[in-house]
Design a protein around this ligand. Structure first.
Ligand code: ADP
Ligand code: MG
Length: 320
């Protein structure tokens, strides 16, 4: 049975690029770039709650970091450093190898250094902390939305929740639809380049981890504004479109979690800039509504009629 120190050395110690002192001492040392602020966030993934315990460890390693990178994207920050705290029921070396590969593949893609963590025995639990840099005073906050802003989302919404509903047998997807949606659930790609590009352009931003309506509502509350969202404008995959008449699928689109797309608001005068960012990043950006004075969120159908929004969760969505 390898010791905790063997495991850390073999699986979680890699050369760093942005770091004065990484894994191995009592604390890591980093030097933030002058003129930047440090953006710090953490997300915990608990087996049975946030993932199936038997999920592919490579995908889990990817996702544990991806959800944290997504928080950096939502702030417009450039991710630089991460720590990883792991509770493991056993030292399964194949599992650790896969987990580390998934984690480091994504870390290297975004030039993020793993600079420390903690490793202990216990029920499977993964806690990543991420630190990034954003130019002083320029972070994208939830509180920045202004009346008249357009509301945008990146990518397409609902596929991850659709894949989850399929795995939970609440709906049944055809094999090619399942194959197309499952990566959104298991290996989401955080929109870091988009967040960076939106600094100085967007007013308010959030990443969609708990569903569009819930996360947009956080922007509305923090900014003290209201929103009108056009349901037919919401970007969805052809697979989701095919099932859109069903209540569960509408729930996936509006209230499903795990999308990790960005929702942001930007003044109408910056519309063409946002379009240019979409083109440059080869990432669809869709205007889905507008910010208004007041409070609350209206969801409008193709005729401009209000659709009912339940208080919580997709089970409460009612069709018009
Ligand atoms: P201490 O007892 O001083 O807290 P530890 O023995 O917990 O130190 O950890 C030794 C070193 O290994 C520290 O630098 C710590 O940050 C790092 N470390 C521990 N677990 C992990 C992990 N899962 N991933 C990356 N670094 C880790
Ligand atoms: Mg320790």
């Amino acid at each position: 049975m390898p010791s905790e120190f063997d495991l850390i050395r073999r699986f979680f110690t890699r050369p760093t690029r942005n770091t004065l002192l990484g894994v191995g001492d009592d604390a890591a040392l980093v030097r933030p770039t002058p003129g930047t602020e440090l953006a710090v966030s953490t997300d915990m993934l608990v087996a049975g709650k946030h993932f199936f315990p038997d999920v592919d460890p490579r995908q889990l390693g990817h996702k544990a970091l991806a959800v944290n990178l997504s928080d950096m994207a939502a702030m417009g920050a450039t991710p630089r450093w991460a720590t990883l705290s792991l509770a493991l029921p056993e030292a399964d070396e194949d599992w650790l190898k896969g987990f580390a590969e998934g984690f480091f593949d994504l870390a290297e893609r975004f030039s993020v250094d793993l600079i420390g963590g903690d490793t202990t025995r216990g029920p499977l639990n993964i806690c990543v902390q991420i630190m990034g840099e954003v130019s002083t005073g320029m972070a994208l906050r939830r509180s920045g939305a202004k009346p008249g802003d357009e509301i945008w989302v990146s990518g397409q919404l609902g596929d991850a929740a659709l894949a989850l509903a399929h795995l939970q047998r609440r709906i049944e997807l055809a094999p090619e639809a399942a194959a197309a949606c499952l990566p959104a659930l298991h290996t989401p790609m955080p929109r870091v380049a988009l967040g960076e590009a939106l600094v100085g352009v967007a007013h308010g931003a959030i990443d969609i981890s708990d569903g569009l309506l819930a996360d947009l509502s956080h922007i509305l509350e923090a900014s003290g504004v209201a929103a009108e969202v056009n349901f037919p404008a919401l970007p969805t995959s052809v697979f989701l479109q095919a099932h859109l008449h069903g209540e569960i699928v509408r729930g996936c689109l509006l209230a499903g979690g795990d999308d990790y797309e960005l929702c942001f608001t930007a003044p109408l005068s910056r519309h063409e800039e946002v379009v240019a960012i979409a083109r440059r990043l080869a990432l669809p950006l869709t205007a889905i509504g507008v910010i208004r004075e007041g409070s609350g969120l209206r969801l409008l159908d193709a005729a401009g009629t209000d659709m009912k929004i339940g208080a919580t969760g997709f089970d409460h969505f009612a069709s018009t």
